[in-house]
Design a protein around this ligand. Structure first.
Ligand code: HEM
Length: 417
């Protein structure tokens, strides 16, 4: 039986993620069993396969541009509580690798040991539903249309007398890619996102040991972690360039990793970086490759920076203890009524063979633990203790594609023939 990763994970060499992103959450209606939820999702899946070919149900024989849409489906822990479900909860999806709920009054810690908090105005987390669908496309229309077409189908499935439906669309979040390879804080992002040849080793669920036979069906799949993070640019803009660089661990303009501080406390980048004749490490030039992943440093301040805390150089990547993850984030900007009139942030998305990798990055004190971005958690730069805040968060199993299966993960819902 061949198993491969679902589409929508742009890990292979020379692939680039599509420009637009939507992540959509579906809740199972109360009282519906696994096969009823599976049947309902199958209808959606068929519509999605049509959209990928430009087919719209309400426009028969009138194809539209598909925008190179890709569709990926994942499942949260609650799916495994449905009546007649075919598998027990996979070990790696259990509560130790899940995020906590926000406080009923808003805010609250994301995980014990993590410095990430929910934003004060967040009282419910919608990224915990049974099903998650990730849409990525080259056009905003293609990802947005998938949301509206989902709604049309679910509307048809709703019983008019009782208003019940097997699946309910609870929320969706959208984002976009940046062609400048930077993030809202103006620094480069994605530079050290593992070599493309190595990524699959960190992403794909490995063969399960014989003691974990009941999880063998997850082999060849992966786990998706999603965090909708608000980035407080008002705080960031109060910092000078040097403070920002020490928090990130890179030079702001060139992207060169910082290595040490001068006796006056000025950060110094790697020698020979960027490569002669280039201005930035992101300039495609072989001489820059060695600067993409920051090296271990002796200086304590630089050692506490974001890039150092996010990768402690433990090899090999296929070992879960390396805590390497494949990040595929999309930025967002949305209007709000209060100052400054917008909210900027990142849809943090990572793929890994076990969510334990991300949990340990976020909670271990040598890693990001106790901080929400980086720096010294005991004496944080003023304001940095609430620089990143969480608006929604969830962890999902993304089962492999298996030849002949109705949709990835169909074996959770339907008995095998
Ligand atoms: C909880 C959320 C986050 C986690 C777990 C995380 C994790 C990581 C990881 C693993 C790396 C690569 C380090 C390496 O392999 O050498 C990285 C780099 C980086 N991250 Fe984050 N990150 C998070 C949030 C953010 C946010 C919200 C921003 C921007 C506001 C950001 C900005 C950066 C930058 C500028 C880099 C350096 C560029 C690069 O090396 O790719 N991160 N982060």
């Amino acid at each position: 039986m061949t198993r491969k990763l679902q589409e929508g994970i742009y890990h292979a060499p020379k692939t680039r993620p599509g420009k637009f992103f939507v992540i959509l959450f579906l809740r199972a209606g109360e009282g519906f069993n696994a096969s009823q939820i599976g049947e309902a999702f199958l209808k959606l899946w068929e519509v999605y396969q049509g959209l990928k070919n430009g087919k719209i149900r309400d426009l028969p024989d009138h194809p539209v541009p598909s925008g190179d849409l890709t569709v990926l489906v994942g499942y949260g822990p609650n799916v495994f509580k449905l009546a007649n479900v075919q598998h027990p909860l996979p070990r790696d999806l259990d509560s130790k690798n899940q995020f906590r709920s926000p406080r009923p009054t808003g805010g609250g810690s994301l995980m014990i040991g993590s410095g990430l908090q929910y934003t004060d105005d967040i009282r419910s987390n919608f990224a915990t539903e049974e099903i998650v669908v990730q849409f990525i496309a080259e056009t905003q229309l293609a990802v947005n249309r998938a949301v509206v077409e989902t709604w049309k189908i679910l509307r048809e499935m709703t019983d008019v007398d009782t208003s019940t439906a097997p699946l309910l669309q609870t929320s969706f979040y959208s984002g976009f890619q940046r062609e400048d390879h930077r993030s809202w804080i103006d620094f480069h992002d994605g530079l050290s996102n593992m070599k493309s040849e190595e990524r699959e080793k960190a992403i794909v669920v490995k063969p399960r040991p014989s003691t974990e036979q009941d999880d063998q069906w997850t082999e060849g799949g992966t786990y998706l972690a999603f965090l909708r993070l608000g980035v407080d640019l008002d705080i960031w803009q109060t910092l000078d360039r040097q403070q920002q660089e020490l928090l990130v661990g890179r030079d702001k303009l060139s992207g060169c990793p910082l290595e040490k501080l001068t006796s006056e406390g000025k950060p110094v980048g790697s020698v020979g970086c960027p490569f002669i004749g280039t201005k930035e490490v992101s300039d495609i030039e072989d001489g820059n490759l060695k600067f993409l992943e920051p090296k271990k440093v002796a200086d304590t301040v630089i050692d506490q920076s974001h890039v150092q805390r996010a990768n402690r150089h433990v090899d090999p990547v296929e070992d879960r203890n390396s805590l390497r993850i494949f990040r595929q984030g999309y930025e967002f900007l949305e209007p709000i009524e209060s100052y400054p009139g917008f909210r900027a942030g990142l849809n943090f998305v990572s793929y890994q063979d076990t969510p334990e990798r991300l949990r340990r990055i976020l909670t271990q004190s040598k890693w990001l633990g106790s901080t929400n971005f980086g720096g010294d958690p005991v004496a944080p730069v003023p304001g940095m203790d609430s620089f990143l805040t969480v608006r929604a968060a969830g962890v999902f199993l993304v089962p492999p594609v298996i030849d002949g299966e109705l949709f990835p993960g169909a074996n959770i819902f339907f008995e095998a023939d």
